[in-house]
Design a protein around this ligand. Sequence first.
Ligand code: ZN
Length: 242
Amino acid sequence: MRYAVISDVHSNLEAFQAVLDDASSAAIDEYLYVGDVVGYAADPKACVEMLGSLRPKAAVAGNHDWAIAGLLDLEWFNESAKEALVWTKGLLDDAEVDYLKRFQIVYEGGDITLVHSTLENPKRFDYVYNAGEMRRTTDLMKTTVCFVGHTHVAGIFSFDGEKVERIRENRVKIDQARRYVINVGSVGQPRDGDPRASYAIYDAATGTVEMRRVEYDIAAAQRKIIHAGLPPRFAVRLSGGY
Ligand code: ZN
């Protein structure tokens, strides 16, 4: 079974479509979703619909999904993010909002866990960037692999029972004696300096995880953000990947 693990689409249809095209060329059987299909960019409806049509095997909520679902206060967000959320909520119909409401906060199944931020307090949506802080999740994991998103910074972290280390390679063979926190990065708004859409492929049969980056039509996504009257910063940052 080969899974595409996607997170932080953030209403960027061009990036989402490019990732799905790449995934279809990579013999993907199932999708796993790690949160934040909406927020920031101009195509929330189309992105929610596309996610639904993938029928992900498991789906966990991001903070933007929860805000739209009415499960997280808008005060949690900065002004421009809030502005995009209010705009997004105005476009989605009840069925689409209901769909976002149904995501789990943590998924544990087989040998994998999905959570948008951390296992320590998944409803608080803390931002965890460095290896040391990953212990907040590795200590609580019941599975070998945990996929996360939220920071929009892709990275593989490995825990040997004593310390967590960031792995530099973009492919890892899972060692069952270890635990792994894998941030799959962001499909629609990467913030790790690489503007290409980010996702991961997990091959359960070979026990490997591969991080993928995919080029997409950034200018088209930017034009739509500007045209929709959303904060221009959300367009500008896409070309720099920050
Ligand atoms: Zn996000």
